[in-house]
Design a protein around this ligand. Structure first.
Ligand code: URA
Length: 193
């Protein structure tokens, strides 16, 4: 038996404290704040983005910049708000100049997200954008073709939608996202019927 092994069950306090001490990749050295996750810790629906941007890095909370404002509108369209869902990212520290998180950074950070999912026990997973979908659904996931389709991810229903940043850059994608959101709304309704 390992004398130093921590056998206590996982908890939000333990996870957050361990995550705050993480130096498993280079992003920890340049971040202002850890962006752990936010929302309902027993939510049925969990949204997973890519990584913090500038505002998230400053405020220590996911999706509080321009993309986050649009995410709030998207939630509202299907009668949800931040108190009803849990929101986290693949990486917890901001990649410099908002570049995509590198594969080794994603891999180094995944353990935290897996433990968050284990604690929340969501029934539905919604991936915001290609990066999260490629991690969880399949490495060659094509967001333009496969957004809005339902997949099985470790026994959970899961869907990817366009990242709100993509919808800010290209509003012509918004009608398709509306259709995907309505599909999510139906799926949520099915949970309670
Ligand atoms: N984009 C993300 O993927 N996550 C955030 O928290 C903010 C912007």
């Amino acid at each position: 038996m390992d004398f130093f092994k921590d056998d206590t069950p996982d908890s939000w306090e333990k996870l957050r404290a361990e995550c705050a001490r993480c130096s498993a990749c280079q992003l920890g050295a340049t971040r202002r704040n850890l962006v752990f996750g936010v929302g309902n810790e027993t939510a049925d629906v969990m949204f997973i983005g890519e990584g913090p941007g500038e505002q998230e890095d400053i405020q220590g909370e996911p999706f509080v910049g321009p993309a986050g404002k649009l995410l709030d509108v998207m939630l509202e369209l299907i009668d949800l708000d931040r108190t009803q869902v849990y929101i986290a990212n693949i990486v917890k520290c901001r990649p410099p100049r908002n570049r995509d998180p590198l594969p080794d950074e994603q891999a180094a950070c995944m353990g935290w997200l897996t433990r968050q999912i284990d604690l929340v026990q969501p029934k539905l997973l919604v991936f915001l954008g290609r990066i999260a979908a490629q991690v969880f659904i399949k490495p060659d996931f094509r967001i333009t073709r496969e957004h809005g389709q339902w997949f099985d991810v470790d026994g959970r229903r899961a869907m990817a939608i366009y990242h709100p940043s993509a919808l800010l850059r290209d509003p012509s994608k918004r009608p398709e996202t509306f259709v995907d959101l309505k599909s999510l709304q139906r799926e949520i309704k099915n949970l309670y019927d």
